[in-house]
Design a protein around this ligand. Sequence first.
Ligand code: WTA
Length: 636
Amino acid sequence: MSNYHIKHLEEYFQVYRKSVRNPESYWEEIAEEHFMWHKRWDNVLSYDFEKPEFKWFEGAKLNITENCIDRHLRTRGDKTAILFEPNNPDEEAQHISYNELHERVAKMANVLKSQGVKKGDRVCIYLPMIPELAVSVLACARIGAIHSVVFAGFSSTALATRINDSDCKLVITSDGSFRGSKTIDLKGIVDEGLKKCDSVETVLVVNRINAEIEMKEGRDQWLQPLLEKAETTCAPEIMDAEDPLFILYTSGSTGTPKGMVHTTAGYMVYSAFTFKNVFQYREDDVYWCTADIGWITGHSYIVYGPLANGATTVMFEGVPSYPDYGRFWEIVEKHKVTQFYTAPTAIRALAKENLEHVEKYDLTSLKVLGTVGEPINEEAWHWYDENIGKKKCPIVDTWWQTETGGIMISPIPYSTPAIPTFATLPLPGIQPALMDEEGNEIKGNQVDGRLCIKFPWPSMARTIWGNHQRYKDTYFSAFKNMYFTGDGALRDSVGYYRITGRVDDVVIVSGHNLGTAPIEDAINEHPAVAESAIVGYPHEVKGNALYGYVILKETGESRNQDNLRKEINQLISDRIGPIAKLDKIQFTNGLPKTRSGKIMRRILRKIASNDTSNLGDTSTLLNPEVVQEVMDNVIK
Ligand code: WTA
């Protein structure tokens, strides 16, 4: 029996039982056999849910990039580590071997050092999906700097908030990015954002689109000339197991984004272990995850997990619709992709297009298909299964979060029989619990409740940067001695889990988590707006879309409502990013409120979703008459 690589269902159950009975020895064996350490740990795990504090492999010394690169050089030096597919299909793909990656990471690491970046410093990476993004991430890890990747679709304000929250000293960006037929002025966004940031001393700029840009004297430098002068080797910084590896921001239901802090050893072990099992990765496979490295999926399953296993990982710069809706499948055929991992929203968007886009291409190389980020509906699951997998590829519906660092509940291909819409069973070491609102665990099967995890796992986020109290309040206060996920789930008669969605005020739009409060804050900045409430409603392609109820300051506002809608969306775009724009905006004279003045979002959600048959008891509202008004003016 192998602890590290599970190959059939019986083995899964055996391994799972062992992992739960004795987690320490289970993870210790994996850590020992599959990774490279400078010093062994003194203690596998210590934890305290009250503080909360979690330490894995304490006392161990390592560098994650040695595990992801150096140790493969002897046996896989010429193997492709990163296969870069550019936005424009006419531009040649790049096959970056492990040897080459080693050199590029070393050079970048040396450039960072020459700019004064040291262990523990925060570096913000704001780049499109080009090789320099992965190289920058690894270069930070090489020298022990903490990377904070910000998705390059975020606005200048969102970028500035994230840079300031963790006092980044250096930013790596590019002159611009290609996105389908468009180019985006990334450097302009950075310049705008940095007007509000004092901590940044240096901006390194990759030339991606040959744009004429302004370079600020004393702050901005082109990266290429610096790389050309840099040494080709760089000794790894030896890190403690619990040293922070990266910060990644995720939206909360209220307030500023949360800088989730992941540490080194546990994250490495768990992302590598789950990559191997969930995708059943074999030596000659070509694995492709379509996510952006700006999200946790890209961190764990484009960069760290695959490279720790010596895999070939595809990085795609473009979008699924350019030059046409066949692009994904063209890439699968061209590079003979074996594992393909994407989001339900992409599947739904592609399923709407003509099947010819799929049928033109040879997809026989595919072995395993994956989805992540939101619940997948049955129709999309079957489309994926029939048209992409040709009913021969197991589908892994992987449930996890930025906070969990790695996949938590998922089928294991060829082992776990899949049922559409079920993430199925917990991976080894993961102990889910369903809780009722009174804080009791709901035992047995065919039940639903709030999804918690009741035992630590190696890749859990250790804190929120600069705000440990918020970490405690958000994840460890709702239920004693449990990590609370914020999701609801049901457990069926055989013990399979199905994630039913968020139970807080986070809405997942096209796989992106959006907190409603920060969007409301943005809208309320508009001088004509008195109050607003945002809810999610079901959307055919995006999963959820955003619906805004807005009260204007002056009733009978004479301004053109369409213009107001545009201005509101522009504000949201500026403050957060285009992904947070509202699909529908209803102007209203009132919002249903409880007697204590809280907006009843439950009712607003139902109205926006066109599900008004059972609004529940509205008589206890402060202003029950408003409900009818809101319903009468709903935007269909
Ligand atoms: C949701 C993405 C249903 C869930 C890795 C979670 C899912 C949030 C699934 C985290 C899935 C993720 N089925 N829902 N397979 N995967 N989610 O932090 O609500 O961007 O809490 O991490 O996405 O989103 P995040």
